[in-house]
Every structure is written in C-alpha cells, then in structure tokens.
Design a protein. Structure first.
Lengths: 142, 247
C-alpha cells in the first residue's frame, strides 16, 4: 500500500474545475404561468383559513343570541369586509377546483384489476361538493 | 440561398470565464432536424470546442437534456421547426452546476438515486434454480409507467423545489423508489420509507407538478410522490393507532 492510499475506501479527488452555479431568482414564480398558478394555489390556503375563522366567529355570535348576531352582521356589512370576502371566495373556489382536479394523481384506485379513470375520482369529489353544498343551502334557506 | 436558423448557445469555460455568456451560431434550417442535430452541426463545422452530452439520439439514453428556450427538453426530440423562424436558445439543465458549456455536474442526482435503493430488495432471496419470481400482467401494469424513467433529469430542471432546496431528493429518484415499492416482487418498502419519509424526501414536494409536464417518457413523478405521501400518511396513522404493531 502506498502512503497516500486510504485503507478500504475509494476516494475521489476533491479537486475539480470551477463550476458555475446559477442563482435561483426570487421571482422564479413569474417565469411561467404554471408556476404562478402553483403559487396562487398555495396562497389560497390563507383565504381558506380566513373563511374557517370567519365561519367560526359567525357560529359563535349566532350561539350568543340575536343581538350578538346582529352586531356580527353589522361588522361584516362594511365595504372592506365585503371586498375581502369576495376575494376570499374566488381564492377558495380556485383552491377547491385545482385540488379536486389534482386528486386523481394521488389516488390510485383499482376496480376489477383496472385503474379507476381520473374523471371518476375527480368527479366524485365534485359530486360530494354539490351534495354537501345543497344540504347546507337547504338547512339555511328552508 | 438555403434557409438558416439562429442558435443562441450558452458558453462557459471554467478556465477563462467567471460567468457564462451566449454565442450566436447560424445553422442550416431543415424540417427534420432536432436541436441536437444543430448542435452537432456547430461542433462539426463551426466550433469544435462546444461541449455537450449526447449518445443515442432517440430518447432512450437520457444524456442530451438541456434547456431549450427556457424549457427542459431532450434535444434529440425537440425539432427546430417548432421554433423557426425565431432563434433557439440552448442552455444547460437548470439548477445543476455547470462544468463547461452545456455540460452539467450530475453527481448530486446519482447519490440521491442510490440512496432510495432503486433495486429489488428481498428478505428471502431464492436461488435461481428454485424458481423465478412470477408476475401477472396486472402486477406489471401497477409500476410499469414509473419504470420508463431514463434518468434524464429534466424533471429536476423543472422543479423549483429542487432549485430552492438542493437537499430535496427530487422527482425521478422518488418515482423510481415508488416503482420498486409497488413491484410485487419487492419487499424493501419499509427500508425505503425511512429514507423517503424524511423532510427532504416526499414532504419537500409541494406538488408544483412541472416534473410531470417536463417528463419525456410520461412517467408522472408528481403522481408517484403524491401516491407515496398517501402511503406514508396511512403508515403513520396505523402506527399511531397500533403502536404495538410490528414495525
């Protein structure tokens, strides 16, 4: 064994020509529409969380009687809140639709040895959405 | 005069350049030429010093992946006619260190690939004389799509997560791990789970989905990662409900 040989291991020389490393721009998500769509989808989670909070507040005020609920309505009636809610609704719809469309990619279901077509998996999500929305609408509007 | 097309090729010489630059070449435009044909023309007729990787020129070897007009492409399968009469910009695969011109350093991918153990792991290895491991067409069908990967690394160049976090295991390596996980002959899913369920494994993926768009072999690495996330989540839940269950 020569002096510079290491016992047992094959070692590569750490020396190599100078590599060029490209830096990733902070604005990489503006490079193409699909990246932007992805970032908007991620961002939509904030609005989903906001809707959850506002719904919980609504239920809370409802449980405290008609006066508390009237105060809640009064607070949410201002144009700023309406605008925020409208934007949130758009993001929540975007969130729902994009995730429903992606569901078939994650779920592989097999019936009789054959993979269930994507449209069936995405479709069942939409059907569930419709049924639950209809049930909620019936409960509120009856 | 014969028709021509402009190629803007990124050049980088580690001995002379601090940063890369673009060089313009005018090459003959032929309808049946792909970007790789144009690069070969440059190498043969215009500038022999141009460096790039290629081998099979038929979408099998996975060597000729480059950025063509900002998109990760196999240059052997990307026709000039798609871009003509505009100029075509050719750069090395994004997010990898550049060794020279269009040649990238791929050791990082090779290490990650090896880490996920993309081979059949058996607990009870049978001798060849005993018998073969048989498989039905349905069992083959379960993983066949993921086995089409040619390690071209276009999916890494398409993945902003890999760009921002170089520790991320990445699309192709995870898809290949999944390819063996769902192979009926394999028994190594648990071993791979320990590696893949780390943060740098599947959970690093935010499902941008661009890896699947870039894949020239329709492997769908994004699908493979999400399916694996589902499996990992189920396993975690099972271990929560039945902590006494055999690991």
């Amino acid at each position: 064994m020569t002096p510079h040989e290491t016992k047992g291991a094959v070692q590569y020389t750490p020396y190599h020509p100078r590599w060029y490393r490209m830096r990733v721009s902070t604005y990489w998500w503006l490079w193409k529409w699909d990246y932007l769509k992805f970032v908007l989808r991620e961002l939509s989670s904030i609005f989903v969380a906001y809707f959850v909070v506002i719904t919980l507040l609504q239920i809370h005020s409802l449980s405290r009687g008609p006066e508390a609920y009237a105060r809640f309505e009064e607070r949410t009636r201002n144009p700023l809140m309406i605008a925020l809610n409208a934007i949130s609704l758009l993001f929540v719809l975007f969130h729902t639709i994009t995730w429903f469309n992606l569901a078939p990619r994650a779920i592989v279901a097999r019936v009789g040895g054959k993979r269930v077509p994507d449209i069936m998996i995405a479709g069942s999500n939409y059907v569930a959405w419709l049924v639950i929305s209809a049930a909620v609408a019936w409960f509120i509007l009856r | 005069m014969a028709e021509t097309i402009q190629l803007e090729v990124m050049r980088y010489s580690p001995e002379h350049d601090a940063v890369p630059s673009f060089q313009r070449f005018e090459v003959p435009y032929r309808k049946d030429w792909v970007v790789l044909d144009a690069l070969n023309y440059i190498k043969d007729k215009l500038d022999g010093s141009l460096s790039y990787r290629w081998s099979c020129r038929m979408g099998i070897c996975g060597s000729c992946g480059m950025m063509v007009n900002g998109e990760p492409k196999l240059t052997c399968a990307t026709f000039l006619s798609h871009y003509a009469p505009d100029a075509v910009r050719v750069e090395p695969l994004r997010y990898f260190p550049v060794v020279r011109d269009l040649v990238i350093e791929m050791t990082d991918f090779m290490i990650k690939l090896q880490k996920v153990k993309p081979w059949i792991i058996r607990k009870d290895e049978k001798s060849i004389v005993d018998r073969e491991y048989l498989q039905t067409p349905q069992q083959l069908d379960a993983y066949k799509q993921f086995s089409m990967c040619i390690n071209c690394m276009l999916c890494y160049a398409a993945c902003p997560v890999y760009g921002l976090d170089p520790l991320f295991t990445g699309p192709a390596a995870i898809a290949l791990a999944q390819r063996y996980n769902i192979d009926s002959r394999d028994q190594g899913a648990k071993e791979r789970m320990d590696i893949l369920s780390q943060h740098e494994g599947i959970w690093g993926c935010t499902f941008v989905g661009e890896c699947t768009e870039a894949c020239p072999k329709n492997v769908d690495p994004a699908g493979a990662i999400q399916q694996y996330k589902l499996t990992a989540a189920k396993e975690w839940f099972k271990s929560l409900l039945m902590p006494w269950g055999a690991k």
